[in-house]
Structures are given as C-alpha cells and as structure tokens.
Design a protein. Structure first.
Lengths: 342, 342
DNA sequence: ATACCTTATGCAAACGTTTGCGTAAACCGA
DNA sequence: TCGGTTTACGCAAACGTTTGCATAAGGTAT
C-alpha cells in the first residue's frame, strides 16, 4: 500500500488556498506575496513534497529528458562520452535516458521508438556498426525531435553532428611516423562505410602522398579492429615479401594484438617496427613499450554534443541547416613510435 | 513551430469513436471488436501515432522508469554494470535514468531528489566514496520507493543489495599466492569504511591465518588505490628491512603502479615478487607480465541488481526484510603470480 | 412479449501540474 | 467620491492517458 505522495493540492487544502497559488509560490512567481510564499514553502518542506515531473512535463509539453543511443555503453570511449553527456545535461536541468543498440540497426530503430514514447526533447546518437540507411532517423525528424549525431555518422546524410577530425588524426599519426624516419608504413582500418575509419585512412594516405610515398594496396588491412584482427593483420604483413617498418592503426586494440605477435617473433618495437594507435585507451600507457596514440577527447565530445543539441532545441524555429562541430585530436607520443631521440 | 503530435484523441475523432475505445483497442483489450481494433491500429500507424508515456505514467501512477546512481559512469567496472542494468531493465520494459554522484555525497543526495521527482519506480545505487551516513536513503524509503544497492554498500545499514563475495575474493587471491610458495605477502587496501575493501582485506588476513602466517601491520597499506598510490606503496614496501615477496592488491590500478616501480628497480615479477590484483580490468591482460586478477562479473552484477529491484517492486506489500544476492568472484591466473609451473 | 445476459462502446473522472483570464481588495491621485 | 492602477489570488481548462461505470444493441431463453 504505497503511501500517497503529497501533492500540490494537499498543500493548497491544508493552507486553505488554491492550487494555482501554491504552484506559483513554489515556482517563485512574482505575483505572490512574500507571506504566502513563505507559508507554502514551509509546509512543502514539512510534508516532504516532491514535484511530479511527469505531470509538469505533460502540462508543459516539456519532459526535460534527453535520449542517448550508443552502440554499447561499456568500453572506454562511449562510457566517457556518456559521462560528458550526463554532466552537461544535468547541468542544464535535463535527465538522460540511455539506450544501447548493441551495434544492431534493428535495436537502434526500437530505441528511437521508445525514446520518442518517453517524450524526450532531443536525441543524441552514435550509429550502430550495421546501420547503412537512415529511414528511421527521417521518421524522427518528421516528428520534429531534434537530433544530434556524434562520432559515428552516416556518409551522405546531412545532419547536425559532433565529430572528431579523423582525417587530421590519421594525418598526424602518419606524419609523426614519417618524421621518425619510417618509410614503409602500413595501415589497419575499420569498416569503410563508417566515417571515422574512412577519414582516418584518408589522413594516412594524404600524409604519404605529401611525401611522395606511394600508397600500396597490400599495406592496408581492413578488419573489425579487435585484438585478434590486429594479430592476424600483423602476421599477414610480416609474410609480405617486403614487410612494412611501421603501422598506423585506426584502433588501439588491434595494435595490442599486433604487438603480441611482434614480441613472439622477436621484432623490436620501435626499432624494427613503429606503432601508432588510435583512441588513447587507458591501456596504451600500460603496454611494453607504451603506445603512441591519438586522443579523441571523449568526454569533451559528449559535452559538446549535448550543448549543440540544447542549442538546436532552443531555436526549434529554423533547424533547416544542420550544424557541425569538429573536434581536433591530439597525438600522444610514447615509446612505440620513438625511433629517434625526441 | 513544433507539429502537434497525433494523440489518441485525433484517432478517435477521425474515426468517429470515443477515446476510451481507441485506448482499449491499442491496449489489446478484449471487449473491443476485431473490426474496430483493426481500424484503430491501421489509422494509428498511418498517422504515425506515438503513445505519450508521460500521460500514461501520470494516470497509472507508474512511470516505467528506474533510477541509477553510480559514482561515475566511465571506467571498466561501472560502465559494465550499467550495461547489465540497461539490458535487464529494457527487457522488462523499463527505461533507465542515470546519475553520477562523482564520489560526492552531496551530489548523491541531489541525485536522489531528482530521481524521485522524475517519478522513478525504483532506484539502484552504488555509494559514493564519501558517503558515511544514510539519512538521505531513509528519506527515500519513507516515500516507499524501492531501493537496491550494489557493490558498494554501507556497513551496518540493512538494505537489499547485490554484492560480490569480496572476502572470498581476497581469500582466493591470497591463497593462490600462498600456493605458489610466497610467504611474506603484503596487501594494498582501499578506504576501510567501504564494505568491498574491508572484506577483501579480511579475506587476505583469513588466508594468512589459516596457514599460521602472522598478519604484520606494516605490510598492509591503505590508500585510494590509484596508480600513483600503488607506486608509492611499493616504494614504501621495498624500503622495509624485510620487504614482502608478493602483494595482493584490492585494485588492478595500484598493481600497475607497483609494477612500474618494480621494473625500474629491477625486481623480477613473478620470481622475486608475485602480484595479484582485483577487478580483472581490461588492461590486466596487456601488461608485461600479465596480471593475475579477481573477476567481479560486472555485467552480471548489473542484471542481478535490476532483477532484484524489479522483484521487490512487484511485492511492494511486504518489503520489510531486505534481500541479498552474493556473487562469487573468479580468479584469473596469469603470469604475474606464477612462480611455479601450473 | 418479457426478462436477462452478452457484447461493444461511450461518458466522465482522475492523475498532478501549469497558466490565461478574471476579479476582489487596496491604494492612489484628483 | 470616483475612475484607474496595482497587488494578490482563485477559477477552470488543458496536457494525453486510463478505467469504473453506465448503456445501447443484439441475442437468447422463457
């Protein structure tokens, strides 16, 4: 038998005034005398009154909730982004509803549905790996729910988004290897329909071309970027008639896999093989040698995306032109790519 | 100018029937003829109707939302637990509101407030490190909102909770070191008012006593368990007249810090010093040597806690007796503690 | 034809707020 | 004394559902 929670009406009755007066008093409305305001606030506290956001949201048409869809919430990157999102949202008085798509576009569709049922005022989403079309997002747009993508976006779908300058990341990583004297640089890439992997690769190729180094096809290996993939990729590279002297990987995980293979085979890092990863995962400081990597400022991405969303929500009138925020990556140089004295 | 979302009333009007009929039709109520049900469902789909959970929740008194408070959502442990929570909750048709206390009891209090305002039907919480009293949780109880704690609980506060058998974890870790022939085993512990650290230590001491090995005070070092703390702790231990030959740490992070110090000083792991950590962090497989660690089944803890909460919510009548679920930890043996052939 | 049951639907209240509009009382200057 | 303004509050509708109760139509047994 759940106790009835005390409502604004209870306060009104006990004080012999109307609910509207109570509502305004609690809302700090100017047209209420100080005297009654004090009485109301006092009684509210005494009764342990808790406003009912559902009711308020219903009436106002504003739920004060934001929706987030991530492929999965565990793992370094997304958990940090979500941390940033939650922080920024709660600072603005918003709650955050979190859904996981599990890298599955069907789930993603469901998530959108349930978020809209929950009456969120805006949605932040990073695409599932299997998402290749955007009909479900168009449905959201039709209902005028503001939408902001982050990190993983769909090529050719013009929407507001916060992304990393992945091309710059790839370029700087590769450029750093070149500066260290590496000349035959391989690349581990991810699924190319995802912007992030496509641009990281592009940065890699741009850096090579800039130095008139040909981009040779068998030095680029596309995979899902797990540790195993990195190990397999490295074996493949080492079996080449002319193996590379460095690898720029679009993920730290595959670098770790590769590193293990190199240790087994007695290939020295960074002397015989330079390595640069991507994401600056926690563990990149813990391997032997420590990994050079590109930092994505995950938490910042979360707060930036949230702020952009809140902005768009405010100017609901003209959301014709999608807006973009591009974050600059940072290169953290560590032992795995330091062949020359720094 | 946000388009008016289509409501149940719109459907009723267009079909010339009453809202109640529409509501029942969509709810699959038996007393509605197949014919009208079909018409309603068809039109609903055509109009892109989305039920408004706020309204339904208000009327029913059930928001279909759960609240979660974690110290922080990034990091391996909590992000995995939250993953488990979200999965279990959404399977049961619940949404999850996530708050971070930032290890601060004041935030924790605020979080409770806002979650209750949001009308969550139950709350899952893992304590902030600075929480030493439970008045704010008593307030929640008074309002009859079911509460389930996980992992970090307050000693002497009898509530429903899902916890790891930390004593068993500490015991098994230490016992493993003993089995490997280590005899002078040190311990890195965390804040002792938190159950988890207290019991891990207890398990450590139990294992020693069982073998009639005295527990010597200067071999236990209490800290915040960061990497730096581990490094400092190891230096302190090595400066002892009789340094230990192994360390059981209640956190993987401090082990990593310690490991770096050992490498600098040329102390060999596991020959001269055995190491066992706690949490089985991702990186424990990536250090050199790999770290033996205790696995906490983080995701399982999340689903277990959620299931317990849902159960308690169902039996709102007699929630007098708090219920407990205790998860058994697993020992993952790796190179850092393997002095003898396995 | 009457009484009664079943089936399918409608009426209206309720959930707890917010808010536009109306109004009584008090005050003010002339 | 009066018209006008200000101040402080109340009325009632509205947000979009759900649901207990009433009711109309149709059927069946008597």
């Amino acid at each position: 038998m759940a106790k009835k929670r005390t409502s604004i009406t209870d306060i009104a009755n006990q004080l012999g005034i109307s609910v509207s007066t109570v509502s305004r008093a609690l809302g700090g409305h100017s047209a209420i005398s100080d005297a009654t305001t004090k009485r109301v606030v006092a009684l509210a506290k005494a009764l342990g009154y808790q406003p009912n956001n559902l009711a308020a949201g219903l009436r106002r048409g504003r739920s004060k909730m934001l929706g987030v869809i991530v492929p999965h919430i565990d793992g370094n990157f997304f958990s940090q982004v979500v941390k940033g999102i939650e922080a920024a949202a709660s600072k603005a008085g918003y709650h955050v509803l979190i859904c996981q798509s599990n890298e599955d576009v069907a789930h993603e569709r469901e998530n959108l549905e349930t978020l809209m049922n929950a009456q969120v005022e805006g949605i932040l989403v990073s695409l599932a790996r299997t998402t290749r079309e955007f009909q479900h997002f168009e449905d959201v747009r039709k209902r005028d729910v503001p939408l902001v993508f982050f990190d993983r976006i769909l090529e050719g779908y013009d929407v507001s988004a916060v992304v990393l300058d992945d091309r710059a990341g790839g370029y700087r990583a590769t450029r750093h290897l070149l500066d260290q004297g590496y000349r035959r640089i391989a690349h581990f890439g991810g699924p190319q329909h995802l912007n992030i992997y496509k641009y990281r690769r592009q940065g890699y190729e741009d850096a090579l071309r800039e130095q008139n180094i040909p981009v040779v096809e068998e030095l680029t290996i596309i995979s899902d970027m797990k540790m195993e993939d990195g190990a397999a990729g490295m074996k493949q590279l080492l079996a080449l008639p002319q193996p590379p002297d460095a690898v720029f990987s679009a993920s730290d995980f595959s670098v770790v896999g590769a590193l293990e293979v190199l240790k087994e085979r007695g290939v020295r890092v960074p002397q015989d093989m330079g390595l640069v990863g991507f994401s600056n995962e926690l563990f990149s400081r813990l391997t032997e040698p420590k990994l050079t990597s590109i930092d994505q400022h995950c938490e910042l991405m979360g707060t930036a995306a949230t702020r952009l969303l809140l902005q768009i929500m405010e100017e609901q009138d003209q959301h014709f032109t999608p807006r973009h925020v591009v974050l600059q990556p940072d290169l953290f140089v560590r032992a795995s790519s330091l062949r020359q004295a720094p």
